[in-house]
Write a protein that binds this ligand. Sequence first.
Ligand SMILES: Cc1cc2nc3c(=O)[nH]c(=O)nc-3n(C[C@H](O)[C@H](O)[C@H](O)COP(=O)(O)O)c2cc1C
Ligand code: SF4
Ligand code: SF4
Length: 280
Amino acid sequence: MTAGKIRIVTAFWFSATGTTRKVCETVARAAAAALEAEYASRSFNAPESRKQEYRFGPDELVAFGLPTYAGRIPNLMLPFVRDCVKGERTPAVPVVLYGNRDFDDALIELRDVLAGNGFVPIAAGAFVGEHAFSRTLGAGRPDAEDLREAEGLAALAAKRIRVSEKEGLPERPVEVAGCEPLRPYYTPRDRFGGPIDIRKVKPKTDPERCVRCGLCAAVCPMGSIDPEDVSAVTGVCIKCCACVKRCPNGAKYFDDEGWLYHRSELEELYGDKRAENRCF
Ligand SMILES: Cc1cc2nc3c(=O)[nH]c(=O)nc-3n(C[C@H](O)[C@H](O)[C@H](O)COP(=O)(O)O)c2cc1C
Ligand code: SF4
Ligand code: SF4
């Protein structure tokens, strides 16, 4: 069966520190232009936005963006993506961002979840963004060169859509890098090789710097910062660093020893290289 014309291209993303958003929107905007379709952007950052279902039709193309956390897609976003986002043989472009280390199995995991939900992944990409934990690891990325490559991914997706208008959508999802079965979540290690467990770690607030503007509470994707007392993290913290990077006064920080060790090790091991974007 041939596929019809694409009416609208949507960037659909979770992006705590904004890098996934940039790449995903670039891909969707460029694909919309190439396909002479409408462009839209929708976020599922806010906890309330993940309490509803999203359905995309066969005349839509979705650039679906998530960051890599521990070599996979963020585990606390998985139930939403798996249960609340449905396609109807909707072509999709899975996009993951990673912080200059590796995206490991994040892209293959996202591709497979989408394929299981009625989407047809026709092209995919892994791009580099400044690491959420650091100001030096992948600093400033995605930059202009990265966004040009994101436009290249859009051109590839648009070309495949044009082919599908004559030949139908492919039966198999696009081949991407990663392992199946999926490998376990990446575990940071201490200097003796023991695992570092940062799951319970939460950010602190410097009372000298905090002006109680409430921005951190507004941007926390878990809704875990008490707006009445922003020093209180009352719920789960996914270490996304939205509060740390977006506080205008540098008042939010992590001081956990294991977390700091992990960050310095990442900066030491991966700080000098410019990791590559990959398009499939
Ligand atoms: C909890 C956590 C785990 C991460 N794990 C990885 C990883 O395994 N590999 C990697 O290269 N980057 C990793 N990163 C970095 C993010 O993938 C990177 O900062 C990404 O650009 C964040 O996307 P965002 O700006 O859309 O939030 C991790 C970041 C966080 C917060
Ligand atoms: S964003 Fe920064 S200054 Fe504003 S309330 Fe949060 S910690 Fe305080
Ligand atoms: S408290 Fe945790 S989950 Fe919330 S914004 Fe800060 S780092 Fe992210």
